[in-house]
Design a protein around this ligand. Structure first.
Ligand code: ZN
Ligand code: FE
Length: 253
C-alpha cells in the first residue's frame, strides 16, 4: 500500500474518508459531509489537508468544502455540478487523473445518482471511492440520471478488479440487506445479510466492501439474473436494473 486511509462516521449515516499518500505525506479528503468532522479526523491523525475530492454536488458530499478550504487552504477538485453548491479549483470528468503526491486516482464517470457523479480509483492501491453510486448490497437512487446511465456506471465499477476495496459514502447496508433478501434467494446473499445484521448489532461498519463481494451478492449488479424472479423476463440488462431499482424504491422493509 502506498496510501493510508482513515474512515469516520459523520452526519446521520455518512462516512468521511481521509487518504494520505505515504511517499509525499499529502492528504486528501473524499467528500466533505461535515467540515468539523473532517477537521477532527485530521487533527486526530496529525495530518494537514491538501486536496478535497468531491464525488457529486449533494450537500452531504460537498457541504463542508467552503469551511475546509477556508481553514486548511486545500484545493478542491470535483465534477462541475459541485459548483451549484460551492466553487471548485479544478473540474474533472471521467477519464481524467488526479494526483495526490505519488498516488494517481483515475476519475471514473459514475453518473446516475446525479448527472455528473464521479468516482476516484487508484489502481496501484486497489481502492475506489464511489460516493453514492455503489453501496454495500445497494446503489444510489436515481435522482437525476436514467437507469441506463446508472447501469453503465455500475458496470464500470463492477468491471474493476474483484479485489478492489470499495469505499461507499453511506452506512445503508442493513436496510439494503433486507431488500436483497426479498428479491434474491441465493445462499451467499443470506449469509452476507446475516453477517451484516450481526456487524450492525455490534455497532461495526459494513463499509468498505469489495467488488468481488458486490458482484456476488449485490441485487443491483445481479439485476439481469433477478429480473425473472421479479416476473420481468425479456428485459435488457439496464431495464432489469431499472426494475430492481424501482422495486427498492417501493420496498418497505
Ligand atoms: Zn448523494
Ligand atoms: Fe449522500
Amino acid at each position: 500500500m502506498t496510501v493510508e486511509i482513515r474512515q469516520f462516521p459523520c452526519l446521520s449515516d455518512n462516512y468521511g474518508f481521509l487518504v494520505r499518500d505515504v511517499a509525499s505525506g499529502k492528504v486528501a479528503c473524499i467528500d466533505t459531509p461535515d467540515a468539523d468532522a473532517v477537521l477532527a479526523a485530521l487533527d486526530e491523525a496529525g495530518w494537514s489537508l491538501d486536496l478535497i475530492l468531491n464525488t457529486h454536488w449533494h450537500p452531504d458530499h460537498a457541504g463542508g468544502n467552503a469551511k475546509l478550504k477556508e481553514t486548511t487552504g486545500a484545493v478542491s477538485i470535483g465534477p462541475v455540478e459541485v459548483e451549484r453548491l460551492t466553487p471548485l479549483d479544478r473540474k474533472v470528468t471521467g477519464g481524467d487523473q488526479v494526483e495526490l503526491g505519488a498516488t494517481v486516482f483515475q476519475v471514473i464517470d459514475t453518473g446516475g445518482h446525479t448527472l455528473g457523479h464521479v468516482s476516484f480509483y487508484s489502481a496501484a492501491d486497489g481502492v475506489a471511492f464511489v460516493g453514492d453510486t455503489l453501496f454495500a448490497l445497494g446503489c444510489g437512487r436515481l435522482f437525476e440520471g436514467t437507469a441506463e446511465q446508472m447501469w453503465a456506471s455500475l458496470s464500470r465499477l463492477a468491471n474493476l478488479p474483484g479485489e478492489t476495496t470499495v469505499y461507499c459514502a453511506h452506512e445503508y447496508t442493513a436496510s439494503n440487506a433486507r431488500f436483497a433478501l426479498s428479491v434474491d434467494q441465493d445462499p451467499a446473499v443470506a449469509a452476507r445479510a446475516a453477517a451484516v445484521f450481526a456487524a450492525r448489532e455490534r455497532g461495526e461498519a459494513t463499509v468498505p466492501t469489495t467488488i468481488e463481494l458486490e458482484r456476488a451478492t449485490n441485487p443491483f449488479l445481479r439485476a439481469p439474473l433477478l429480473a425473472a424472479a421479479l416476473g420481468r423476463s425479456g428485459l435488457s440488462d439496464h431495464e432489469a436494473f431499472g426494475a430492481v431499482r424501482a422495486a427498492k424504491d417501493e420496498f418497505k422493509g
